[in-house]
Design a protein around this ligand. Structure first.
Ligand SMILES: *Cc1c(COP(=O)(O)O)cnc(C)c1O
Length: 396
């Protein structure tokens, strides 16, 4: 066994080398250990493993070498001590909450998070006596005012989806810590290639590996990254007991995805920049939401906090829902699907899909207009992506 992990490597090297342990077979690509359990040399060794006296694998709900490789690689990229992989992004959020919250505790969460996260907090954690307040992502004063003595967790996504609003992670980390709470950042949209929340003071990073980490739309997976006690003890304890562990196959796919993460995130960002600028110049586009535009209201914060804008572009077409649907239906290449973070560009109409459950008033508060379209820009040629959208914009 040889471990190629080196703490002094650059990001791009860590993405390819960390967590990699070659077995005695001499394989060059990371081995895929499709096994549910592990064999002990003797009854005494089995006893020592079970008692914790001897470290090592027992059962794949607890540990698996392929899953560990993915975990160590992602931990290195986020700059965290520990990572625990989970079966999905939602399982990552649930495991964090089960590990660190109890009845009577309170969460403050940004209103613009992934819809299912809202349902998890309100409908399911609410059943167990955990209360959640939702606030405007960018309104620091609203976060402050929502704090209660029993607040234990601040939770956010930045940039938000679909309107790409940006939260000041360092300021919210201070706010959380002064209140004796944890700050968790769902880093799905930027990934550590563009933004590292732990270095800005966040306690925990959440991932849906389903998105950019895999990057090719193949698997469902998730992860929690943070300190040894919070994640290595707390979250790990929940995952090995409750069982939302990541499958070794999915870990293998995701860890191979990490090898190209940095290149892909730069390419997603560059394509998205081209698209945002083309849309901005179009007479029938009322507004473009994209962190890479100098007109973005938080341009200065974005420059400080992210190394590139990411791959999500949203825009409002003149003519409301009918015009938006026409643009979507005229596309020949873009895929009409709600997933994002894929090499293939995807297009959605938030008001009638991801945000369809909201009332008209809620949509208005959230800025989800009928003419709003979200594009998760992929890695096809920017010219082809732009041409596909322009066809619909030009049709009447
Ligand atoms: C998709 C997504 C999730 C949930 O991840 P799953 O892997 O689908 O469970 C959580 N947060 C964000 C921001 C997402 O986009």
């Amino acid at each position: 066994m040889s471990d190629q992990h080196g703490d002094d490597f650059d990001f791009d090297t860590l993405a390819i080398r960390s967590g990699y342990r070659r077995t005695e077979e001499g394989e060059h690509s990371e081995a895929l250990f499709m096994t549910s359990s592990f064999v002990f040399g003797s009854a005494a060794e089995a006893a020592a493993r079970f008692s914790g006296e001897q470290p090592g694998n027992i059962y794949a709900r607890f540990t698996n070498p392929t899953v560990r490789c993915f975990e160590q690689r992602l931990a290195a990229l986020e700059g965290g001590e520990r990572c625990v992989a989970t079966a999905s992004g939602m399982a990552a959020i649930l495991s964090l909450c089960l590990a660190h919250l109890q009845a009577g505790d309170h969460i403050v969460c940004s209103r613009s998070v992934f819809g299912t996260t809202t349902v998890l907090f309100e409908k399911y954690l609410g059943k167990f006596g955990i209360d959640t307040s939702f606030v405007d992502l960018t309104d620091l004063q609203a976060w402050q005012q929502a704090l209660r003595p029993e607040t234990r967790l601040l939770f956010l996504e930045t940039p938000s989806n679909p309107l790409t609003e940006v939260a000041d992670i360092a300021a919210l980390a201070d706010l959380a810590h002064n209140a004796g709470a944890l700050l968790a950042v769902d880093n799905c949209f930027c990934t550590p290639a563009l933004q590292r929340p732990l270095q800005l003071g966040a306690d925990v990073v959440i991932h849906s590996a389903t998105k950019f980490l895999d990057g090719q739309g193949r698997i469902i997976g998730g992860a929690v990254v943070g300190g040894e006690t919070l994640v290595g003890v707390g979250v790990y304890g929940v995952v090995r007991t409750a069982g939302p562990s990541m499958s070794p196959f999915n870990a293998w796919v995701a860890l191979k995805g990490l090898e190209t993460l940095s290149l892909r995130m730069k390419a997603h960002s560059a394509n998205a920049q081209r698209l945002a600028e083309a849309l901005q110049a179009h007479a029938r586009v009322k507004r473009v939401y994209f962190p890479g535009l100098p007109e973005h209201p938080q341009h200065e914060l974005i420059q400080r906090q992210q190394s590139a804008p990411g791959g999500i572009v949203s825009f409002v077409v003149e003519g409301g829902r009918e015009a938006a649907w026409r643009v979507i239906d005229t596309c020949r290449m873009l895929s009409i699907t709600a997933n994002l973070g894929d090499t293939k560009t995807t297009i959605t109409h938030p008001a009638t899909t991801t945000h369809g459950r909201l009332s008209d008033a809620q949509k208005q508060t959230a800025g989800i207009e009928d003419g709003l379209i979200r594009v998760a820009v992929g890695l096809e040629s920017a010219d082809d992506i732009i041409a596909d959208l322009m066809r619909g914009l030009e049709r009447r």
